[in-house]
Design a protein around this ligand. Structure first.
Ligand code: OOB
Length: 543
């Protein structure tokens, strides 16, 4: 059993409750309540399939009953690795109905990431698709199980689709036996201030950490964002980015929309053609993107003859949006742009819908809650004046106080008074808006996908030709940043394709493979003997 994560001190919790941020309602109970209030409204659309709130509630009951039948119960962790299909939402609420805890995995994760998630979360089950993006997730799961051995925590694999030759894998359909829907309180007695889900951190040291989110804090996260985005029952949210991403799921995303009584439409891929057809058909009002999608969406909106009139707001976040793209996106789509600077750890910053154009183009927004505490500090930890660059520290009603099962790491990641050290370098304006100018964490942000340098470096060293390696982010037109591996080799240096194949073999997700390999005679060191990544980054910039 993992040690309990550090949580908010009693005084802070009392304040957040008194302010009405924390409402003491679990997600299972919330869904029950929404379904009772407007059973007939459409909650989820996926292709030709539609679920009303009553349907979603009944599905949650059925899936909960099926999972209970497997012996899964309150507090159990279950890794959910599903692509953008309605089943993600159905399974998520089924787990909530049971009081079990979904662990959000990304569809691109592979043996190393999933194995790590299962181990750290102590997950008893995984829910996966049969195949997705020409990849067989059942084989992945059999590898993960083999690696865990008989003593690992993993007991069940639930497959959405065909379980194939694995006769001990549970077909998703088998979970959906009958239960009388609409009975009971909607939860198995889960504690609203307790663990509701686990999110994955971008990671800076070795393998990614798990972020504990409670019912109280995560619902507030979604509600606070929903209020700023003025969501209501007429909102139609298009989920374009992976559903497991915090941005898509709760900022305000899926949860914010459902809590406002709106409709969530799921896009199976992020191409503008797929999305625009759905925007036309479902009269979508809000969606969210990462920066690499922006030029494609802008070009297609300008060239194609789509009816995008319903679209009121398009959020962009996860990585820095270049100012020129912020200028052209809104007019091309006929929608208001909103910048989103968030983190799975908590703090979400949004530009406001009535902010002056200048702030929307040039800043990454300001905190969503009046109780978000933000400090911008210098290298010694002393606050700097507005306008000066420093590290962003934060604490508040939906920002974690400690990772899941990582006490030792917590001592580095938090200040003694509970501020999370984001590792982001920001400048704060007198309006409270933040401009993200860089980061001090050893991470590459490749168009919103976070790559922990150390995790990749460790794997690069397992290649027989590589004797030393350093991964750095270098400015890139398409990705914002691309990943460049500087390697010291005994013989000939391997090429990018060979390295990608090697990392895949090692079980690493494909997006972590370096975009470029540069052979160097040795790695430059700083005065204190650390690899000088700034010097390496300068080396790879075109003169
Ligand atoms: C979102 O969450 P994560 O956990 O994948 O990544 C968080 C990190 C931040 O610490 C920052 O380094 C970077 O991603 N980031 C941005 C940014 N939004 C996130 N950097 C520059 N500009 C932005 N707009 O990425 C996330 C979570 C919820 C909502 C939106 C994004």
């Amino acid at each position: 059993m993992t040690e309990t994560p550090t949580t908010w001190p009693e005084a802070a919790s009392a304040r957040y409750r008194a302010a009405g941020h924390w409402q003491g309602v679990t997600f299972g109970a919330r869904l029950r309540h929404l379904a009772a209030g407007h059973p007939e409204r459409v909650a989820v659309v996926d292709g030709d399939r539609r679920w009303t709130y009553a349907d979603l509630d009944a599905e949650a009951d059925r899936i909960a009953a099926g999972l209970r039948g497997l012996g899964i119960g309150r507090g159990d962790r279950v890794v959910v690795q599903l692509p953008n299909r309605a089943e993600f939402v159905l399974v998520w609420f089924g787990l909530q109905r049971l009081g079990a805890v979904p662990v959000h995995a990304m569809p691109g994760h592979r043996r190393r990431e999933i194995g790590h998630l299962v181990r750290v979360a102590g997950a008893v089950a995984c829910v996966v698709p049969d195949r997705h993006a020409r990849f067989d997730h059942r084989r992945l799961m059999s590898d993960v199980r083999a690696e865990q051995g008989p003593d690992g925590p993993l007991r069940h694999v639930v497959v959405v689709g065909d379980p194939g030759p694995y006769d001990d894998f549970v077909p998703f359909e088998a979970l959906r036996g009958d239960t009388a829907p609409g009975t009971g309180t909607g939860t198995d007695g889960a504690d609203p201030s307790g663990l509701a889900l686990l999110l994955l951190s971008g990671g800076t040291t070795g393998l990614p950490k798990l972020i504990p989110r409670t019912h109280d804090d995560y619902a507030y996260n979604a509600r606070a964002c929903a209020e700023i985005c003025a969501l209501d029952a007429r909102t139609v949210y298009l989920a374009v980015l992976p559903l497991g991403f915090n941005f898509t799921f709760a900022c305000p995303g899926v949860l914010g929309t459902l809590m406002a009584g709106g409709t969530v439409v799921i896009a199976p891929d992020p191409s503008p053609q797929t999305a625009f057809a759905l925007i036309e058909r479902e009269r979508v009002t809000l969606t969210s993107l990462t920066p690499p999608l922006v030029p494609h969406w802008t070009a297609e909106a300008s060239a194609g003859s789509w009816d995008l009139k319903s679209l009121a707001v398009v959020q962009v976040g996860g990585a820095r949006l270049p100012e020129d793209q912020a200028c052209t996106l809104g007019p091309a789509l006929g929608a208001r742009v909103q910048q989103v600077f968030g983190m799975a750890e908590g703090l979400i910053n949004l530009t406001r819908l009535d902010d002056p154009e200048e702030l929307v183009r040039t800043t990454q927004g300001r905190p969503v809650s009046t109780d978000d505490e933000v400090l911008v500090v210098d290298a010694e930890g002393a606050p700097v004046p507005d306008g000066t660059v420093g590290e962003l520290l934060t604490r508040g009603p939906y920002t974690l106080r400690g990772y899941y099962g990582a006490r030792a790491h917590d001592r580095l990641a938090f200040t003694p008074d509970g501020y999370y050290r984001s590792g982001d370098l920001v400048r704060r304006l007198p309006t409270g808006h933040l401009v993200v100018v860089g980061r001090i964490k050893d991470q590459i942000n490749r168009g919103g996908e976070k790559i922990a340098a150390v995790e990749v470096e460790e794997q690069l060293l397992t290649h027989p030709a590589v004797t030393a390696a350093a991964l750095v982010g270098v400015e890139d037109e398409r990705w914002g940043e691309r990943s460049v591996a500087f390697v010291v080799c005994a013989g000939e240096a391997p090429g990018t394709r060979e390295v990608a194949a090697h990392l895949r073999e090692r079980g690493l997700a494909a997006y972590k493979a370096p975009d470029e390999i540069v052979r160097v005679p040795g790695l430059p060191l700083t005065a204190v003997g650390k690899v000088d990544k700034a010097a390496l980054a300068r080396m790879s910039r075109p003169a």
